[in-house]
Design a protein around this ligand. Structure first.
Ligand code: TXA
Ligand code: MG
Length: 349
């Protein structure tokens, strides 16, 4: 398949003419990779079952793992799902933005898009490119993250060019995604209760200002054998770099550095907070060190995580180490992604 790459000149205010071809491709049942404020998505017409089946093929994704449908204004959810007051309270607070809401589906959404479930995940992204593309397509766009199944989500165009060239019709290059981690996903249980299925930039604390929120066990824990995942995506290994990732739960930054001075191995990479990089370089001169951002700068850490993991794939490390994040604020999202990338491999000092 020939892949057309469209580089957007002004991502904050894209020229409609640059998106017309991609929108036509969606209407005609093709595949378009597009940027959002979270990560790049691999999109097709959410109402076209054949087009949606091509998404699963291009990604190598199991077909029981449902897709998020992307809309350009919150009210467009009416066409695809049964909404409620709570949906609109969430929309008023966070849309357009990095939040996905799971609602009871209407028949307009094919089963293929919802992985056979009777619910559908709806998201109104903030990215102007994404919203304009959806508007011009005249339909909801079903899109998972545009990585090959099992790789970190793509946050810059070069990641999707690496993964998707030859597999999709169009790649829209809109530069780096603002946030770099996928959207927060909540399921509406009833008018007062939400379940947080996947943490993201919109935090548990922020959601609790609007409703009672239960944290799905799989956000922080391993699924127990035989346990059914509420969100099918929870049961798959995710975001795995090629070299094993090990998380260090250190009481202090000094302990983190000390661990490496005592374990001076070959060919390792260390993802480290900016504050300790100089000391680490002295302690383990042979290690490759990746700057994760300042200790309390969760925004920078979120922005860098997937790029760093992809970068480590280009080198042949025997092991990658990183600090275990906290479980509050945006760090909960980092924690959730990193324990999965590490397959729960945690060293507690
Ligand atoms: O930020 C994002 O959400 C990005 C961009 C492209 O919008 N999309 C994304 O999609 O991360 P994906 O497919 O990589 O992750 C969506 C997750 C999966 O774990 C899936 O199982 C879950 O959402 N999901 C989708 N529909 C669901 C539903 N009806 N009920 C429960 N979980 C659902
Ligand atoms: Mg994904």
């Amino acid at each position: 398949m020939q892949t057309e790459i469209v580089k957007i000149k002004n991502p904050d205010s894209p020229d409609e003419n640059q998106l017309l071809f991609a929108a036509k491709t969606i209407r005609d049942g093709g595949l378009v990779v597009f940027p959002t404020e979270t990560v790049y998505g691999l999109g097709a017409d959410a109402t076209n079952e054949v087009a949606v089946s091509h998404i699963y093929e291009a990604k190598g994704r199991p077909s029981d793992n449902p897709l998020i449908i992307h809309i350009s204004i919150p009210e467009d959810a009416e066409e695809y799902a049964y909404t409620s007051d709570l949906y609109y309270r969430i929309a008023d607070a966070f849309m357009p933005g990095p939040i996905t809401v799971v609602l009871k589906s209407k028949q307009t959404v094919p089963k293929k898009t919802r992985g056979g479930l009777d619910t559908v995940a709806v998201r109104c992204p903030k990215s102007e490119i994404a919203r304009e593309l959806i508007r011009l397509s005249g339909t909801a766009i079903a899109a998972p993250s545009a990585n090959l199944s099992g790789s970190p989500s793509p946050t810059v165009a070069s990641h999707v060019i690496d993964d998707m060239t030859g597999r999709v019709d169009v790649i829209i290059d809109g530069g780096a995604c603002d946030i770099g981690l996928e959207s927060t996903i909540v399921k509406i249980e009833d008018e007062k209760n939400l379940t947080l299925l996947r943490p993201g930039k919109i935090t548990l604390e922020e959601l609790r200002e609007i409703a009672d929120v239960k944290l799905a066990d799989a956000v922080t824990d391993k699924l127990r054998d035989g346990e059914k995942a509420i969100s099918p995506g929870m049961k798959y290994k995710h975001y795995a770099p090629k070299a094993p990732l090990v998380l260090i739960d250190a009481p202090t930054e000094i302990d983190f550095v000390k661990y490496f001075s005592q374990n001076n191995k070959q060919k390792i990479a260390i993802i480290a907070y900016d504050e300790i990089i100089d000391e680490l370089r002295l302690a383990v001169p042979k290690a490759a060190i990746y700057a994760f951002g300042s200790i309390n700068d969760e925004i920078s850490q979120a922005h860098r995580l997937f790029s760093i993991l992809r970068d480590t794939d280009k080198k042949k490390f025997s092991l990658i180490y990183a600090p275990l994040p906290k479980t509050s604020g945006i760090s909960l999202a980092l924690y959730n992604r990193m324990i999965r990338a590490a397959a729960h491999n945690i060293i507690r000092l």
